[in-house]
Design a protein around this ligand. Sequence first.
Ligand code: MGD
Ligand code: MGD
Ligand code: SF4
Ligand code: MO
Length: 659
Amino acid sequence: MEVIKTICPFCGVGCGLDLYVENNFIIRSSPSREHILSGGHVCGKGAIASEVTYAWDRLLYPLKRVKDTFIRVTWDVAIKEISSKLKEIKEKYGPESIAFYGGCQNTLEEVYSFMKLARGLGTNNIDSCARVCHEPSAMALKEAVGIGASSVAVSEILNAKNVVIAGESITESHPVISQYLVEAKRKGTKIIVIDPRVTGTAKLADMHLQINSRSDIYLFNAVANYLISNGLFDREFVVNRIENFDEFVRFIKGFTIEEAEKVTGVSKDKIIEFAKIISSKPTIFSWGLGLTQTTGVNAVKAYINLALITGNIGIEGAGLLVYRGQSNVQGSGDIAKPNVFPNGPMTEDNAKELSKVWGFLPPLKEGLSITEAFFGNKIRAMFLMNYNPAQSLPNRNRVISFLKSLDLLVVMDPFMTETAKYAHYVLPTPLWVEKEGSVTNLDRLVKWRFKAVDSPGEVKSELWIIKRIAEELGLNGFHDDPKIVFKEMKEVVRLYSNLTLDEIMDYSSNSRYPNHETVMYKERFLTPSGKAKLSLVGFDKLQGEGLILITGRNVTRYNSDELIKRIPGYSSFSSNLYINPIDAESLSIEEGEMVKVISKCGMAIFRARISNEVKPGHVFAYMHDPYVNNVVCDDFDEISKTPRYKATVVKIEKLRHKI
Ligand SMILES: Nc1nc2c(c(=O)[nH]1)N[C@H]1C(S)=C(S)[C@@H](COP(=O)(O)OP(=O)(O)OC[C@H]3O[C@@H](n4cnc5c(=O)[nH]c(N)nc54)[C@H](O)[C@@H]3O)O[C@H]1N2
Ligand SMILES: Nc1nc2c(c(=O)[nH]1)N[C@H]1C(S)=C(S)[C@@H](COP(=O)(O)OP(=O)(O)OC[C@H]3O[C@@H](n4cnc5c(=O)[nH]c(N)nc54)[C@H](O)[C@@H]3O)O[C@H]1N2
Ligand code: SF4
Ligand SMILES: [Mo]
């Protein structure tokens, strides 16, 4: 029996797993003890993840749509036909009518090659689902401190005096990090949660600010003003390490604790207590989608301000920690964006530098992000790599009509997903245990996944598919060996240039980019001036009368559930809508009753569950529910174009069926 190391395919913690393999079969898996972050822990999903390898409905060969059905075709036919259609569409509508979008389980090498193919074809329409989750975090971090990633490693939680967790349900979404919280708490660390719901993490916390949806920016600005007005900030830090403190002080004056109480629904005394706690060191400021999928880039910026004025960055046990979602979402965002090259801004110089490695010049015109493409009318052909937007994007009806309207939709996936159903070609791809490659986790740790077993049927790797299509299009220099691609990638993407294959293959090593730091910015920020930048962000009260529908995670399920639902007996599914007893009473809704949830773009039916864990005025549904995005609408953060998945104004109607 062989033991093969791999990284869990699910969340951004990126836990290490040992797979026990005999005769090309995974017999069992166990947590990898040597892994520097997970150190012998996994959650329930990680423990059973490899079982999906034997799902009975794996796609085994390429499929081509003929009218309303799919027929089996050879790889040669599929690749040739797709390539000739791409050429035809490029000629007819121009390269900007073609788009390449990927999910975030894809490896760094896959994302890199996919991005290179798009640019080789002449378009910058390249993006990943990082767009819909933490692009606001990446943008805010880059502007404030230099790079769009966590400044501090998860392990520093153990050195923190306080850990603030805003809009993130760790016990559901990043369960293995709970181990760190529990251990820190035992040593006296204070945990403060900011969330409109009483989450598992809130139950674990010392303080819970149960704020109203979308009121974070006001809270953070008022707390900043309070800290400055009361001398509770780090004078030396703001003088030496921040470029625009005086301007910030003038701006922040209008934000008061009294008004914060009204806007957030949290008492003035509690807000002041919160302000006092975070003014002490060392404090970690961590966050999740509760900020990014409501008030977007500005919410993250206002939050980062608090870490900066209190000097809580660049020292042990302090800093900015963003709980990124999928196993390679950090890496996907680092490499594939429509408005930056993998080696920096979209300048002629950077294009020339790329052409020396690639053998062709990438185009200079900015491309479309995922959401601009799906909710616009410029795209005629789309290539999707292990991404399931027909379920995961908002306003599903509109997304499905868009997919149906395309002249060419190619979907790579191991399964016939909701999205694949609308494809012209479906190309079967390997599960993570059937291939090699690297992924970057939520605290900048890069690790290599090893191959455990062969793929079934005629399944071909993403790198092979990309290379074959590139060749048909007359593009050379693409490789299907991930080790060769890794070397090219790190030559191009500077963040990764200090990492070696040897260290990322060693699960015990601190293979964090850019320079192996667990705590970044000890002396200098990576901004152009070397100093950090405070953000002056205003607060807009969001419009709309009615209840606010929040959508979020359940620990036993994973995104569109394509993997989890194929593991028999693991997760049971029910379409629940959690509603506070006060709202339930005023709408005369009883426990277990069916209700219709209606928004400005659609409707869906749920079973009402009366729960004190949701704040009055808000309702909650799991995002894994296949119909939830029929109700969530296409409203976006203006800056990052990230959907506001957690703030849909809804009406609820009774349906008079009960069990
Ligand atoms: N089990 C499981 N784990 C996962 C995933 C999964 O599907 N299942 N998905 C992975 C992915 S892709 C991601 S991106 C991460 C996401 O991980 P999280 O960030 O934890 O995601 P959510 O549960 O969607 O939302 C987080 C919290 O935001 C709160 N919230 C809503 N509105 C507001 C607001 O206005 N202000 C504040 N402060 N909070 C608010 C919600 O109540 C919720 O508790 O999880 C990853 N891990
Ligand atoms: N209402 C609402 N909607 C949301 C959210 C929300 O909070 N609320 N959250 C959003 C967020 S943060 C995200 S990240 C998106 C996620 O949205 P998606 O990325 O569309 O969802 P996933 O289920 O992760 O889909 C990934 C695809 O990758 C494939 N896949 C998984 N593992 C492997 C593998 O090992 N190998 C290969 N080849 N393929 C694999 C799966 O079959 C699946 O089709 O959803 C978004 N949608
Ligand atoms: S915490 Fe995340 S990475 Fe770790 S085992 Fe669970 S799902 Fe996998
Ligand atoms: Mo995500």
